[in-house]
Design a protein around this ligand. Sequence first.
Ligand code: FAD
Length: 403
Amino acid sequence: MSSMNNTNGKRILVSGAGIGGLCAAWWLSRSGYAVTIVEQAATLRDEGYMLSISGAGRRVIEEMGLLPDLRQAALPVDRNLYLDARGRTIMQLNHGKLLTQLDHQVVLRGDLADILHQSLNDAVNLQPGTRISSLQQDAHGVDVQFNHGNTQRFDYVIGADGFRSATRRLAFGPDTDFCQHMGMQAAAYWINGGTALEEDMVAIAEPRRMSMYYQLGSKGVTALHIWKSNLDAAPAQHTRRDYLLSEFAGSHPRVIDSITKLSASSSVYMDALMQVHIPDWSRGRVVLLGDAAHCLTLANGQGASMALAGAYCLAQELAADSSPAALLRYQQRMRPGIAALQLRGRKAARLYLPDSVWSFRLRNWIMSAMPKSMLLNYFIKSAQEELHMTDHIQLQQASRRAA
Ligand SMILES: Cc1cc2nc3c(=O)[nH]c(=O)nc-3n(C[C@H](O)[C@H](O)[C@H](O)COP(=O)(O)OP(=O)(O)OC[C@H]3O[C@@H](n4cnc5c(N)ncnc54)[C@H](O)[C@@H]3O)c2cc1C
């Protein structure tokens, strides 16, 4: 990616040092922008959930020269065991073949953020513990006030601050205008003093809820719970243990045990699954990226890859033309792929956690009756279909494709 016009001295603020924000900062700083990132958290460590990187996202990582780091951080989640609440096996699968065929890398979100962060060196001014508190824009720039009280002017502001984006709230409107609840919540955390699992991933599946445990080598064991709920807000951190205990009452002893072991100081990720639908991803000189613009949720396996692809397209357009028209071209390139993925995600979410005991048993019966090779082929085909949707996203600019 090269700068075709003069971007030197132009200043960009990125809100959120997550997957999209760090990647955008990397590319923008290479094309001559002076980049500042503000991150509300004091550190980049998080609660231990995993992401799969594939398709367009993986190609962006490759272009950054970071594929060896990604491969090194990749964790095996090949052998998967699905149990019911009484501990009976529903299904046992080896996903290794699937992951190899699709060129997926599964990594901890925190490890991917670390890789991106390390790759920035000192090229970017990263300010942890900092948030935007107000934005005021005119035709030539954006005046930003931060939580510490200081004010600075930037040429552009990128909101890469997740699906509950504060940048979006300040520049576009309230979350309720853009967030579409998928009827589920998720929680993730590291297990305290966990014992080794019998497989790479063990899931306890039940009607309306599911708990997944991942063995991450010497790093330990993480838990991910997903359950049906229309609750919109994320409960306060100190209430999350009790909240989970009530949502998973009567579940398998492993589930009760992992939740019970959480301490008052444990950091637990918990929030609703919400897709973000917003007609225009930019307003003047403020633009949204990743989950802030088009959250897919974990119902798709492409949220992180799309944040990387979006960061790449946005930076590429701003490198070619530092006028606000670049923001519109970025959206045009991303939109078709995102629309297809969101539609697919809504369909997948309906099947994810069967509502009734009857439909839950029927699904389990079909899965256990199906030959393993057929089941694996079904998963491969389904993942390939999803990857195909990301092919809509053109990582090459239109002008370069035509050349
Ligand atoms: C439990 C779980 C499992 C998931 N599994 C998958 C998966 O398997 N595959 C996949 O592709 N995706 C998965 N995802 C989705 C994936 O994590 C996101 O799509 C991806 O991280 C989006 O990147 P982002 O940069 O938009 O946001 P994030 O990576 O979430 O980064 C946002 C950053 O903004 C910061 N921030 C928030 N508010 C502010 C503020 N006001 N000011 C400054 N900074 C702020 C946050 O601290 C964070 O660092 C999962 C998500 C969850 C929660």
